[in-house]
Design a protein around this ligand. Sequence first.
Ligand SMILES: NC(=O)c1ccc[n+]([C@@H]2O[C@H](COP(=O)([O-])OP(=O)(O)OC[C@H]3O[C@@H](n4cnc5c(N)ncnc54)[C@H](OP(=O)(O)O)[C@@H]3O)[C@@H](O)[C@H]2O)c1
Length: 310
Amino acid sequence: MTVLTIPAWGVAELVEREPERPGLGQVRVRVEAAPVHPADVWVHDGTLAALLPDAPSYTPGWGVAGVVEEVGPDVVDLAPGDPVLGLSDWFDTFVGTHASSVVLPARAVGRRPGGLAAAQAAALSLNALTARQALDLLDLPTGATLGVTGAAGGVGGFALELARLRGLEVVGVARETDRGFVEGAGGRLAMRPDDDDADLAEALRAAAGGGALDAVLDTAVLGAPALDAVRDGGVFVAVTGPGTPASEREIRVDTVHVVGDGSQLAELALLATDGAITARVAAMFPLAEAADAYRTVAQGGLRGAVVLIP
Ligand SMILES: NC(=O)c1ccc[n+]([C@@H]2O[C@H](COP(=O)([O-])OP(=O)(O)OC[C@H]3O[C@@H](n4cnc5c(N)ncnc54)[C@H](OP(=O)(O)O)[C@@H]3O)[C@@H](O)[C@H]2O)c1
């Protein structure tokens, strides 16, 4: 198998290794597509160095879509040949999907309908699952008003669509050029202020009809200025520890930590196949050109996933 390794910050090398055999409760997936996320870039460039254990090299990659190659002795609900999508709980295991095959816990791997292309499924694997689990954490009643920052981004875009499917009123913070996407997903656009933090809460409240919002999901990691838009006693969910503001005004403040869940991934794959959520793919790169893929993600401004194809 071919594996992308990072032996030093900023360096990416492909190495050949013997494929691992799946153990109890595990499956080996032949990777057809694996997304590159901002966190992969931060592993590559050393931004996350303080969080990583000492190791000769790292292989990044959270999400994956592919086909089951081999299953562990006790795995009965997946079989070789099944098209799947999955998630590596990377910060717990450091097992990366930027490779031609990967061994994952079977519980983190779900079936993918044959009609859903691997690149699209890969686009769902981390970001749609994070959005879904963030909405679970928000736990809002039907009709509640939710603000989503980074609404045109990877996690935010899925959050917008999934929130509407749950019957929430959604306001998405994004650029004017993203209006079509935000409104197409059933949300209202709150124009992203250029740099004045004070304008953010005002923009969210104005787009919501004037009052404070019941909740905010802060995928753009804006922190306290986004919290200002939430009503007293509302809910705020952040996507990173450092981006989680202190609670105030009896607002429940939480941080989502995505966990691989094959059943939830399978549900998301069905929603994408039905057109209820949109798996956007911005670019595809061969695994051998991973360095270019990482550079593309590092530049930002993407509207859709960057996907590696082994
Ligand atoms: N906790 C977890 O389990 C988990 C899981 C997955 C991801 N994450 C985190 O979630 C975050 C988002 O990931 P992603 O893949 O969705 O990233 P992304 O696709 O780059 O989306 C981020 C969005 O935020 C917008 N944004 C950036 N700065 C902004 C600002 N100052 N004001 C308003 N909007 C701003 C960007 O808009 P422009 O493109 O227009 O600049 C972009 O649309 C990352 O920090 C990632 O590490 C956490």
